[in-house]
Design a protein around this ligand. Structure first.
Ligand code: NFS
Length: 658
C-alpha cells in the first residue's frame, strides 16, 4: 500500500517551480520530465534523508555497531563501546572537517606541484603570470626579495609553502598573516596548525574507536585541522593560482544556460582545479581546432564553466558560467553540450546517465577521480594540451552528429566579477592610496553596517538558489556589503545582483558607497578555495585599524545557506576558528541540546573564537547576522555613528518630502 502511494507520488513528477528558483534549470527540468530523464532533483524526491544520520546520532566507526542513538533522548543510550552522544557527534563532525580539509589541501598541493614544475622548467605550457604577487606573498612570509631573481624567490616560496602540508612541528607559513590577537587566541587554545597532512592524520587517528573520547579535545583538533585548510591548503591554492594564471581584476561576464550557443561547439569544464581549464582555454583558441570546428559546420568553439573552476575562470578571464552544482546534470538536457570535461570534487556520478541520455561526451581527466562507465582522458600538466585537444576534437565530432533537438533557455545575466582582495584594496583606495582605510571608514561612519560572506553549495533539500538570493537581498537592503564565492555567487549572478545597477536594492548607506565607487553591492571573489580571500580581507580590516584588534572583533558574519558538502563544514569551521559568526542553513548535523552542540553554538565564542548558528530561513538568517554585526558595532563603540547616519537619511527624506 505504502509502496503504491510512493509510486503514485513519483508519477506525479516534480513540482518544478517549488524546487528551483532558477528559471533555466526549471525549463530544463521540464524537458527532463518529458523525456523521462533523471536528475539530482528526482533522486532527492525519491530518497528521504535518514533521520538518525541527518542529526549525526549514529556511529559506524567499528563493527560492534553501527550504533544508533536516540536523537529525542540523546543521553538515554551509548554506543556498544560506551561512546556518548557527544563523543559520537564530535567524531562525526571532525571527520567531515577532515574530509573537507583534505579536499582543499589536496587541491592546493596539486597547485603547488604545478608551481614547482613550472619553476624547475619541467612544465613549459604554464608560466608565472603575476610576478608582483609572487614577490608580495614571498615577502609576507619572510622571504627576502630585494634585488633577487624571480626564479630564486620562487624556489624559496615553493619550499616555504610546502611546509603548509608537510611540516611536522611549528606553525604554518601563513600564520604570519593572522592578526596578532587572533593568533594569540589560537596559541592559547593550542590550535595553531602545524602541517595539514599531520593535522588530518592526527584527526583521523583521534576519531578512531577508542582514542579521543572527550568532545572538547576532539573539537580542539578539528579546529586546528580546519584552520590548516583556510589559512593553509585553500590559501596556497588561491595564491598559487593567482601567481600562475593572474590575479583577478573586475571583468564583465555572463552567466546562465543561455550562454550556450546553438551554432557553436559547446564545451563545459566542471570541477575545481584551474589547470585543466587554463589548458582548455588554450585549446579552444587554437586556430587549427577552430578551423576544424568550422569545417564541421560550427561558427566556432564556445567554452563555458560550471561550479568552482567555472567561478575561477569567470572572475579571472570572464569565461561564461553555465550554472552551479545542482544544474550540472540538468544543463545537458539542452542537447547543446557537446562535451563536458570534469576533474575533481562535486562531480555527481549521475552526470553519466544525463550525458548518456542527451548525447553529451563526458570525460573524466584526473587520476584521482574516475567514474564507472565514463571515458577517462588523463590530464598531465606536463603535456596539458594532449588531454584538452582530445576533448575539443571529440566535441567537434559530437557537434557534427548532433541528434537531440537543441533547446537552450534564452536566459543570460551580465555582471561584473573578479574582486580579488588586492583589487578591493585598490578599488576603494585608488591607485595612489591603495588600502582598506575607505572600507573601514565607511564601516565606522555607518554607511556600511558590516560585511557578510555568503558562500557555499546548492542543495536539493531546499529550493535551489532561493535561499541564497533572499538572504543576500535582505542583507544588502540593511546596508551589509556581501562578498561571495562558489555556487552561491552564481545563484546571485543569475538573479542579476552582480551589476552596479543592483545598488538600488541596497540600503541608503551601502547604495551611496556603491554609486561612488561604481561597484555592485555584492562582490564575487571566486571559488570555494578563494574563501581564503575573505580571510585575508578580514585580516586587512583588522590591520587597517579602528575595528578592533582581532577578527572576532569585526562587524562581519558568514553564511552557507544551501550547503551540502564536507568542504562546506571545513570552511564553516575555519571561519568560526578565525573568529567569525557563521550560520548554516538546510540542516545542522548535530542533535540540539547536547554538550557538543552547546560548545559549538556558545562555548567557542567564550574561548575567543567565532560561533556557529543555524536556521533554514533566509530572512531569519539575515537578521541573525545583522544582530551579530550590530553587537560587534556596539562593542566597538561605533553603533552611535550608525544611528546618526540613519537620522541623517531620515531627515533628508523628510526634506525631500516637504
Ligand atoms: Ni564549494 Fe565548489 Fe559548489 Fe559547494 Fe561544490 S562546487 S568547492 S562544495 S557545490 S560551493
Amino acid at each position: 500500500m505504502e509502496k503504491d502511494a510512493k509510486k503514485a507520488a513519483e508519477k506525479k513528477g516534480l513540482n518544478i517551480r517549488e524546487i528551483t528558483a532558477c528559471e533555466a534549470t526549471a525549463q530544463m527540468l521540464e524537458r527532463m520530465e518529458k523525456d523521462g530523464a533523471e536528475s539530482v532533483f528526482h533522486r532527492a524526491a525519491s530518497m528521504k534523508p535518514c533521520p538518525i544520520g541527518s542529526q549525526s546520532a549514529c556511529c559506524k566507526n567499528c563493527s560492534m555497531g553501527p550504533c544508533r542513538l536516540n536523537a529525542k533522548d540523546p543521553y538515554s543510550k551509548t554506543g556498544v563501546c560506551g561512546a556518548t552522544i557527544d563523543t559520537i557527534q564530535a567524531r562525526n563532525f571532525a571527520r567531515m572537517v577532515a574530509g573537507g580539509a583534505a579536499a582543499h589541501t589536496d587541491h592546493g598541493m596539486s597547485m603547488l606541484d604545478v608551481f614547482r614544475e613550472v619553476v624547475n622548467g619541467n612544465i613549459k605550457e604554464f608560466t608565472i603570470k603575476d610576478p608582483i604577487k609572487l614577490e608580495e606573498v614571498a615577502r609576507e612570509i619572510g622571504i627576502e626579495t630585494e634585488g633577487r631573481e624571480i626564479k630564486d624567490i620562487a624556489i624559496d616560496l615553493y619550499e616555504e609553502l610546502e611546509r603548509t602540508y608537510t611540516q611536522v612541528e611549528g606553525e604554518i607559513p601563513f600564520a604570519k598573516r593572522v592578526p596578532p590577537k587572533t593568533l594569540e587566541t589560537w596559541r592559547k587554545n593550542g590550535v595553531v596548525p602545524r602541517g595539514a597532512m599531520r593535522e588530518i592524520m592526527e584527526l583521523m587517528h583521534r576519531t578512531h574507536i577508542g582514542v579521543d573520547q572527550h568532545y572538547e579535545n576532539i573539537t580542539k583538533q578539528f579546529t586546528r585541522t580546519a584552520l590548516s585548510d583556510g589559512w593553509g591548503g585553500s590559501m596556497v591554492a588561491t595564491e598559487i593560482s593567482d601567481i600562475l594564471y593572474g590575479t583577478p581584476t573586475p571583468v564583465r561576464a555572463e552567466v546562465n544556460m543561455g550562454c550556450l550557443k546553438e551554432d557553436h561547439v559547446n564545451i563545459i569544464i566542471h570541477g575545481h582545479e584551474p589547470n585543466l581549464f587554463e589548458a582548455m582555454l588554450e585549446s579552444v583558441n587554437d586556430p587549427t581546432l577552430i578551423q576544424a570546428a568550422k569545417d564541421a559546420g560550427a561558427e566556432g568553439i564556445n567554452l563555458l564553466g560550471m561550479c568552482c573552476s567555472g567561478a575561477e575562470m569567470l572572475m579571472r578571464h570572464g569565461i561564461p558560467h553555465a550554472g552551479n552544482f545542482l544544474s550540472t546534470e540538468v544543463v545537458m538536457a539542452t542537447g547543446a553540450v557537446d562535451a563536458m570535461g570534469v576533474d575533481v570534487q562535486c562531480i555527481m556520478q549521475g552526470l553519466y546517465k544525463a550525458a548518456e541520455c542527451y548525447g553529451t561526451k563526458l570525460f573524466t581527466t584526473n587520476p584521482r577521480a574516475h567514474i564507472e562507465g565514463v571515458e577517462h582522458i588523463e590530464f598531465d600538466e606536463h603535456e596539458p594540451r594532449k588531454c584538452t585537444d582530445a576533448i575539443v576534437e571529440m566535441a567537434i565530432v559530437r557537434f557534427k552528429n548532433r541528434k537531440i533537438p537543441i533547446e537552450i533557455p534564452n536566459i543570460r545575466n551580465l555582471g561584473i566579477h573578479g574582486f580579488s582582495h588586492e583589487y578591493i584594496n585598490y578599488m576603494l583606495g585608488g591607485t595612489f592610496r591603495a588600502s582598506y582605510v575607505p572600507l573601514n571608514d565607511n564601516i565606522i561612519n555607518g554607511r556600511i553596517r558590516g560585511v557578510a560572506g555568503v558562500v557555499g553549495c546548492t542543495n536539493p533539500r531546499v529550493r535551489h538558489d532561493w535561499v541564497h538570493v533572499e538572504l543576500v537581498k535582505e542583507l544588502i537592503k540593511n546596508d551589509v556589503l556581501v562578498v561571495q564565492t562558489g555556487c552561491s555567487q552564481i545563484s546571485l549572478a543569475k538573479a542579476g545582483l552582480y551589476t552596479p545597477e543592483a545598488a538600488h536594492l541596497a540600503g541608503p548607506g551601502l547604495r551611496e558607497v556603491c554609486e561612488a565607487v561604481g561597484m555592485p553591492p555584492v562582490l564575487g571573489v571566486g571559488s570555494c578555495v578563494d574563501n581564503s580571500r575573505i580571510l585575508i580581507a578580514c585580516a586587512e580590516m583588522v590591520k587597517t585599524g579602528g575595528l578592533g584588534e582581532s577578527i572576532a572583533d569585526l562587524p562581519v558574519a558568514g553564511a552557507a545557506p544551501e550547503w551540502m558538502s564536507e568542504k562546506a563544514i571545513s570552511i564553516g569551521h575555519y571561519f568560526v576558528g578565525s573568529g567569525v559568526y557563521t550560520v548554516f542553513g538546510v540542516t545542522f548535523p548535530i542533535v540540539e541540546e547536547t554538550k557538543f552542540h552547546k560548545l559549538l553554538f556558545e562555548g567557542l565564542e567564550e574561548l575567543g573564537f567565532g560561533t556557529w548558528d543555524f536556521t533554514p530561513d533566509p530572512y531569519e538568517m539575515a537578521h541573525k547576522m545583522i544582530q551579530h554585526i550590530d553587537k560587534k558595532r556596539k562593542a566597538l563603540g561605533i553603533d552611535k555613528a550608525r544611528e546618526r547616519v540613519l537620522f541623517d537619511m531620515a531627515s533628508r527624506r523628510e526634506m525631500e518630502a516637504a
